[in-house]
Design a protein around this ligand. Structure first.
Ligand SMILES: Nc1ncnc2c1ncn2[C@@H]1O[C@H](COP(=O)(O)OP(=O)(O)OP(=O)(O)O)[C@@H](O)[C@H]1O
Length: 272
């Protein structure tokens, strides 16, 4: 089945997904337009990763439709899914680099697996992709020689290797310190500006979401409770969304005494 009339890169219609008997996503519907960056927000365990995994065909819906570039992937075969996957780039938490391959070989892997390109062409493409993520001249490094932020960039280069039409990120800056994480946000923004790729990004990081998103969707216990632009989100009156937006940062604890005083209520906080 195809649905080419739509200007949506992704169209999710009444999607439910279960693990065994347990339903995680309960009939959700939304579109991702071509060229937009859609950020998926939500609390821990709300179903964000399950949604992302379903969009890339790693989980099968129990009901509903998932249209990717005009094809409903809900019930297609693995072979048909492989064709669609070639149009997708994925940078997932689990999709670490292969430690036994150089950075360049990691980026070349999808090209070697899915194309018949000459080695010399692949070499050039790898260099271009590494340049795009700010890792020129790192092709001969082993992943273990890279910092956490550089590893993530290399994984993005690999996700870009097949010139995807849609790029999926699961928690792109998880585990990185704030400065390195900001660098990754900047990379996402640059890719967006340079290539107008459709992007779907799952994140916990509010600041990052507000920086990179064109629109955001908030998943709460398997339901979408808010969907819209940053401004629309900011104006949301839904209590769960407000709680998420207004959450107070963890208090800064300087030393043991500070911590003890905080527990006993003797410590002055910014609100006092
Ligand atoms: N493979 C699986 N088998 C069974 N249950 C699962 C599986 N993966 C996730 N779950 C459960 O589904 C629910 C949603 O998980 P999911 O990882 O999609 O949430 P999330 O919003 O991405 O959470 P987090 O932000 O903590 O990663 C959780 O209760 C989780 O325990």
């Amino acid at each position: 089945m195809t649905n080419d009339a739509s200007d949506a890169a992704i169209s999710v219609v009444n999607l439910s997904v279960s693990y065994g008997e347990r339903e995680i996503l309960h009939g959700i519907t939304f579109d991702v337009r071509r060229g937009e960056t859609m950020v998926i927000l939500g609390g821990s365990g709300s179903g964000k990763s399950t949604l992302l995994r379903t969009l890339v065909g790693l989980e099968k819906p129990s009901s509903g439709e998932v249209w990717i570039q005009g094809v409903n992937i809900a019930n297609i075969s693995e072979r048909e899914m492989d064709v669609i996957r070639k149009k997708m780039g994925m940078s997932f938490q689990g999709s670490a680099l292969f430690g036994s391959l150089t950075v360049g070989e990691n980026v070349a892997l999808p090209l070697r697996e899915h194309t018949n390109l000459e080695d010399s062409t692949i070499e050039i493409m790898v260099r271009i992709k590494l340049g795009q993520v700010g890792l020129s001249n790192f092709e001969d490094y082993m992943p273990s020689e890279l910092s956490g932020g550089m590893k993530k960039r290399a994984a993005v280069a690999r996700a870009l290797s097949m010139d995807p039409e849609i790029l999926f990120f699961d928690e792109p800056s998880a585990g990185l310190d704030p400065i390195i994480a900001a660098g990754l946000d900047e990379l996402i923004m640059n890719l967006k500006k340079a290539y107008a790729i459709t992007m779907v990004v799952v994140t916990h990081e509010l600041a990052s979401a507000f920086l990179i998103a064109d629109r955001m969707v908030y998943v709460d216990r398997g339901h979408i409770i808010a969907l819209g632009t940053k401004e629309e989100f900011q104006a949301s009156t839904h209590p769960r969304v407000r709680q998420f937006l207004d959450r107070v940062p963890e208090p800064e604890v300087l030393d043991e005494l500070d911590y003890l005083q905080m527990l006993t209520g003797d410590r002055k906080t910014a609100k006092d």
